[in-house]
Design a protein around this ligand. Structure first.
Ligand SMILES: [Fe+2]
Ligand SMILES: [Fe+2]
Length: 177
């Protein structure tokens, strides 16, 4: 465990890259699942816009995993299925539920990226810039979700809490496993 204010060391930064790669992988799968249900509907274009940005995030962390020889999480097959399922199930509940899923996920990722950004040492400024630019796009996704009536989804508050909790659990295990 590190204390607040401690800067992250190399092993911790490997964990950051491992979990960020896992998260962006899951994000592309969530949008893929949503598009499988809603791709031909009126929300198709905005979902494709968000998915395209997630693909850039994923490709960047794929490159960092390779460059820095970080072991990817062993749980990618799980995030493949769970991400797609989360996207498809929320989309099947309706457009607003899909947007509520986006709000919940992106809020969790914003917190996650902010926490990483806060403890990266000065020599990792390039990584911090990457994380901050992705964080800005995650916040854009959250705002898109809110603009598309996420809060009017049936059971919004419960769904948001459940998905946030799931994201945090996924983050905790993907750092280590
Ligand atoms: Fe992302
Ligand atoms: Fe995102």
């Amino acid at each position: 465990m590190s204390l607040p204010g401690d800067l992250a060391g190399p092993a911790r930064i490997d964990q950051f890259i491992r979990v960020d790669h896992a998260g962006e992988y899951g994000a592309t799968q969530i949008y893929r699942g949503q598009l499988a249900v809603l791709g031909r509907g009126p929300k198709g274009d905005i979902l494709r816009h968000m998915q395209a940005q997630e693909q850039v995030h994923l490709d960047t962390f794929k490159r960092l995993i390779a460059e820095r020889r970080v072991r990817p999480t062993a749980l990618l097959p799980l995030w493949h299925v769970a991400g797609f399922a989360l996207g498809a199930v929320t989309a099947a509940m309706g457009e607003r539920a899909a947007m509520a899923c986006t709000v919940a996920v992106e809020e969790a990722i914003d917190e996650h990226y902010r926490a990483q950004s806060d403890v990266l040492p000065p020599e990792e400024s390039a990584l911090r810039d990457t994380i901050e630019s992705f964080r800005a796009e995650e916040l854009e996704h959250r705002d898109i979700g809110l603009a598309h009536d996420a809060e009017q989804a049936p059971g919004y508050r419960a769904m948001r809490q459940l998905i946030r909790w799931g994201c945090k659990a996924a983050i905790a295990v993907s750092e280590r496993i």
